[in-house]
Design a protein around this ligand. Structure first.
Ligand code: 5GP
Length: 164
């Protein structure tokens, strides 16, 4: 369909505060926020400030190649996080959306082997997601336009090179 869920930067700011409040009200105090790049980085940064957590880690996962088109399975790209950093820690995985849930499952399963506890927070979860996140801001089944990826990359212009 042509229907889109449009998240703007102002609404994103509100969503993060509300998501963080839900996590705080639940009494979960993560030692580490593990963001799934690239979309989860925005979520992790916002949650880290709102939850007063100073320890952010990052994992790169490649899955989507376009609107609705995916690789067969998501893959963790190098460098994979060092498991030693996670031992006996309470981890909060942060991502923009659990769609099929395959990306979150990959990272969640990786964490399960190493950490004391792991929970997941997302702005959106779709109803067919095979992972059920502990913390969700909103449920939708539409394709979501995120403010950071709705526009194409900026065009590199001539004559702007400072260092050749
Ligand atoms: P999943 O593995 O849960 O299917 O999706 C993983 C990633 O695909 C998300 O973190 C996100 O980057 C991208 N993705 C999935 N659904 C959507 C969507 O509706 N809109 C956008 N912009 N990206 C999506």
């Amino acid at each position: 369909s042509d229907i889109r869920e449009n998240l703007t930067y102002p609404i994103f700011g509100q969503a993060i505060r509300e998501l963080a409040q839900t996590i705080a009200d639940d009494g979960y105090e993560p030692d580490i926020i593990l963001s799934i790049a690239r979309g989860g980085v925005f979520v992790a940064g916002g949650l880290a400030y709102a939850l007063d957590c100073k320890n952010i880690h990052l994992v790169n996962v490649e899955f989507y190649t376009g609107v609705g088109s995916t690789l067969e399975m998501p893959v963790m790209l190098a460098p994979v996080p060092n498991a030693i950093d996670f031992s006996n820690k309470k981890v909060l995985i942060a991502d923009d959306v659990a769609d099929t849930g395959k990306t979150l499952k990959l990272v969640h399963d990786f964490c399960l082997e190493h950490v004391a506890e792991v929970r997941s927070a997302v702005i959106y979860e779709k109803s067919h997601s095979l992972v059920k996140c502990e913390y969700i801001w909103k449920r939708t089944d539409e394709w979501i336009n995120f403010p950071w990826s709705v526009e194409p990359p900026v065009v590199r212009r001539e004559g702007q090179v400072l260092d050749a």
